[in-house]
Design a protein around this ligand. Structure first.
Ligand code: COA
Length: 289
């Protein structure tokens, strides 16, 4: 009998699907845009705007994006846990560009740790970065989003849809982010503001997979209904859609971009071995730090 292989649809570049310049004159404010998923989301939006405006976090990424796209990216160092730093970043953005149309709440912290190996401060730290950081970003930007009738995207996860071992801190933090987006959509909808959540699954080339996953890239092809590991371009394409006018009637929603993985309910760490004997997986986790 011949061996069956997955029918894999590849990730596509946004330029193959979306019209150029659909974000003309728009300004994006992104937290956590220095690397990985958020950098890809920022790049995708920047590529559909004219030759000015927008923002990024780290200077290196901002310069890289500027060179690659010919657009202006303003890098502002800040910690989303501190409202004053966010207000300063927003003030610098407004001073330079005069407006903010899109906000990506993407700054996040993560590491693998069982409850028995996670201190109260470790739990609080992730809640502060993900949940409070998202709230602080909303507070710092909302008046500008009302002015432009703009749109938010929160970067969440799918792991809190079930009990994912070693992720109590992130699960609690992202569940709160999902809830915050829904309230934001309801309260600010009448002011013309939309808010949606993108919930990435395993995405190649990101810390989430490189450092936090115990599966290798080729394993994901076997594990995923989509037959492959996710690509940052998959998240970028969802970002463009949700920010675009094509999604003007979509708000308060959560869009998993995960190749269907959430429906499988598998755990990456061996279960129950990882919770009965954390020492047995310690080397595997540490090797990725
Ligand atoms: N396992 C268990 N606890 C951990 C941990 C791990 N791997 N990493 C951090 N912690 C705990 C620390 O021990 C500390 O608690 P304690 O004071 O009780 O010892 C608490 O978390 C805060 O850690 P600290 O390093 O002081 O906080 P920070 O604000 O400097 O950084 C993170 C926090 C989450 C940003 C940091 O862990 C980190 O740099 N992670 C990698 C980057 C990242 O998360 N990127 C996003 C990927 S999705």
């Amino acid at each position: 009998m011949s061996k069956k292989t997955a029918q894999v649809l590849p990730a596509v570049d946004s330029t193959a699907v979306f019209k150029e310049n659909i974000f003309n004159g728009k300004v994006l404010f992104c937290t956590g845009g220095g690397s990985g998923i958020c950098k890809g989301m920022t790049e995708a939006v920047v590529c559909r705007t004219p030759n000015e405006e927008r923002l990024d976090r780290l200077t290196a990424s901002a310069e890289e994006l500027s060179v690659a796209t010919g657009k202006i990216c303003l890098a502002v160092q800040g910690d989303v846990r501190y409202p004053a730093q966010l207000r300063e970043a927003v003030a610098q953005t407004i001073k330079k560009f005069g407006r903010i149309d899109f906000v990506i709440c993407g700054a996040a912290g993560n590491f693998l740790a069982p409850i028995s190996g996670l201190s109260e401060n470790g739990f609080r730290t992730v809640i502060e970065i993900d949940t409070l950081g998202t709230y602080n970003t909303i507070k710092a930007t909302i008046e500008h989003l009302r002015a432009t009738k703009g749109s938010y995207i929160m970067v969440s996860a799918t792991l809190h849809y079930r009990g994912t071992p070693y992720q109590i801190h992130v699960s609690a933090a992202k569940a709160a982010v999902d809830a915050a987006s829904a309230v934001l959509a309801v309260e600010e909808g009448p002011h013309g503001v939309r808010s949606n959540v993108i919930a990435p699954g395993p995405i190649g080339g990101t810390e989430g997979v490189d450092r936090l996953s115990t599966a290798s890239g080729s394993d994901w092809g076997l594990l995923s209904p989509a037959g492959r590991l996710g690509d940052i371009r998959d998240i970028a394409n969802a970002t463009i859609f949700l920010f675009s006018d094509a999604a003007s009637y979509i708000t308060g929603q959560i869009l998993p971009v995960d190749g269907g993985n959430m429906h499988l309910g598998t755990t990456q760490l061996p279960y129950p071995q990882a919770v009965l004997d954390p020492e047995s997986v310690k080397a595997e986790i540490k090797s990725r730090l």
